[in-house]
Design a binder for this molecule. Structure first.
Ligand code: NAD
Length: 546
């Protein structure tokens, strides 16, 4: 990835990226002036706003923020107030979404969702209900210990679901059936059959279903993708994506010199008050076999989907966006429990190779190795965090690196590795911007860059990761549909809807199957058809605990 680059190389890569974004914007502006065609409103907004004013994410993603709160914020309930529920509450914009109720079965998290964790940890995105609604928030929001009761609350229009994976489908379907619009966290569902049922119910009820792959609402990714679609990288033949963590105790065991696992984020402590309230009756009430399964749900096959569901799905989502939402041809994967010796069932190391069709791929030659194929490699490991996470897109003309959802670097390729190559960006009379490797600088375009990334809701000087925008956009779509804009259904829909998210789930869960079977699996078109019974993971049969 990029951690082995020098600070100078990183700085150059950022400048290159920023300059190219600026030139893309300029080319759009010229096209607009020449043809009067409003091709990319957000890019024009960026130029018009000038160098230092952040471009509005709302304009970028095609919704209007000035309509809120006049349009009345959408009344919402959240189900699942754990780590991610806290991120979503922290990032929500009360002008668009007003939470009126919450549901969680763990007392510790019912308390935590109100607290502003930024006060004790400056980097925390979890600001809690009190930050948004004041210290009286616990009296304002309705608490439901059983989430089905929240779904029956007539005031609630939209439900945010941040539950463990095995409950995504059930809760989403019940919410849609209850007439609520839904934002459900990723991975869309535990198996593909469940994804199809979610899509069918959303279609039948006419309610919106959005899935929380937040990169669809990241301006950094959107601009990186502009670069790729503009052809700046030339002929892309390889993307390398990874998410690596180091879950090892810093000091090796003195006696054996073997490094021991330390408690990782997937193995949290079970809080005493949760135990006291829930342990005795966990099984019949709450879909879990044990307290451990509830708190450490990621570790078990019945409740989680392993590294591919939790981490890999995000990055394969990004890769498929860069490849124009193309579907893979095949996946080969290896991995397993290579490190931990605890009772977890999911793997701690995975390595996958996906083949995607290139633009000149010949279907009739699908069986041949000699075809236009783009190879995406993905790895997720638990023993070494030297390269944390990101994607490196490698083309014949250039390289794009997106690092930790926060930085993007662009390099030309002329001469050696290209890591020291400045990129020239020109916009020529309204045609697509030309971005090329060169030794000359073109500073003015770099202005667009800061504007290109935006800020997150909690005022950190970092690009927004997209959580806030995904909630704002869903609220906007809901309000517009309420106002009778039904004819605009094609535009008034989440950027990551059920069908888009099912494609991500197909990649993640098919990779899991390839890993289990130690095989190479070919993707089939019918898997993507919500009306078809064809699925890649027929052996994944739900085990319901009641
Ligand atoms: N988009 C992202 O970047 C991102 C990041 C992290 C997690 N996630 C996703 O968010 C979801 C939640 O993850 P998390 O890290 O918050 O897990 P978590 O364990 O911290 O939180 C889950 C919460 O759900 C509650 N819960 C479980 N069963 C319940 C039930 N029947 N009724 C009510 N509450 C119940 C638990 O008590 C817990 O508070 C997962 O699907 C995960 O993949 C997404």
């Amino acid at each position: 990835m990029s951690l082995d680059m020098t600070p100078e190389q990183k700085e150059l890569g950022k400048t290159n990226f920023n300059r190219a974004v600026g030139k893309l914007a300029e080319a759009d502006q010229q096209a607009h002036e020449r043809d009067g065609v409003n091709r990319r409103r957000f890019m024009q907004g960026l130029i018009a706003a000038g160098a230092t004013v952040p471009v509005s994410a709302a304009a970028y993603f095609g919704y209007r923020s000035h309509d809120f709160p006049r349009m009345r914020p959408v009344k919402a309930g959240i189900i699942g107030c754990g780590d991610e529920g806290g991120v979503l509450v922290g990032e929500h914009n009360p002008d668009f979404v007003k939470f009126v109720a919450y549901s969680d079965i763990r007392p510790s998290n019912r308390r935590r969702i109100f607290e502003d964790e930024k006060r004790t940890n400056a980097n925390s995105p979890r600001r809690g209900f009190k930050y948004h609604y004041g210290n009286d928030a616990p009296n304002q929001l309705r608490r439901y210990d059983n989430y089905r009761d929240l779904l029956a609350d007539p005031e609630i229009e939209m439900v945010v679901i941040a539950l463990p994976l095995h409950l995504h489908a059930e809760a989403s379907i019940q919410a849609l059936e209850a007439g609520k619009h839904v934002l459900c966290e990723k991975l869309m569902a535990w198996n593909i059959n469940q994804c199809k049922r979610m899509i069918q119910v959303a279609d039948r009820t006419g309610k919106l279903l959005s899935i929380g792959h937040q990169r669809h609402y990241s301006m950094l990714y959107a601009h990186a993708n502009e670069m790729v679609q503009n052809g700046a990288l030339g002929d892309i033949k390889h993307i390398r994506a990874l998410w690596h963590r180091q879950n090892v105790r810093p000091n090796p065991d003195a006696a054996t010199r073997v490094q021991r696992p330390m408690l990782d984020s997937w193995y949290p402590i079970i809080p005493a008050d949760d135990k006291a309230e829930l342990e005795a009756n966990i099984r019949p009430q709450h879909y879990y076999k044990s307290m451990e399964e509830l708190v450490r749900w990621r570790l078990f096959n019945r409740t989680g989907g392993g590294l591919m569901a939790e981490l890999g799905s995000h990055q394969l989502d990004a890769c498929s966006i860069f490849l124009g939402k193309r579907r893979p041809l095949s996946v080969t994967a290896v991995g397993g429990k290579h490190f931990y010796t605890d009772n977890r069932e999911v793997e701690d190391h995975v390595y996958c190779i996906f083949e995607f069709p290139g633009p000149n791929f010949v279907r009739e030659n699908a069986a041949s190795r000699n075809n236009d194929i783009i190879t995406v490699t993905y790895s997720s490991i638990s023993t070494n965090g030297f390269e944390p996470y990101g994607e490196c897109v490698m083309g014949s003309k250039g390289t794009l690196v997106v690092e930790m959802e926060q930085n993007a670097y662009l390099y030309g390729i002329s001469g050696g590795t290209g890591r020291n190559t400045e990129v020239t960006a020109t916009s020529t009379g309204g045609r697509a911007a030309v971005i090329d490797a060169s030794s000359s600088t073109d500073a003015p375009g770099a202005r667009g860059a800061q504007a290109a990334t935006g800020q997150n809701a909690i005022g950190q000087n970092a690009p927004s990761r997209g959580y806030r925008e995904e909630m704002e956009h869903l609220a906007y779509c809901i309000r517009m549909l309420n106002q009778g804009m039904e004819t605009d259904r094609e535009t008034l829909k989440p950027r990551c809807d059920g069908r888009g998210a099912m494609a991500d789930a197909i990649m993640a869960l098919t990779a899991n199957k390839a890993m289990r079977d130690r095989s190479r699996i070919t993707f089939l078109d019918d898997w993507y058809d919500a009306a078809s019974a064809a699925i890649p993971d027929a052996e994944m049969v739900e085990e319901v605990v009641n």
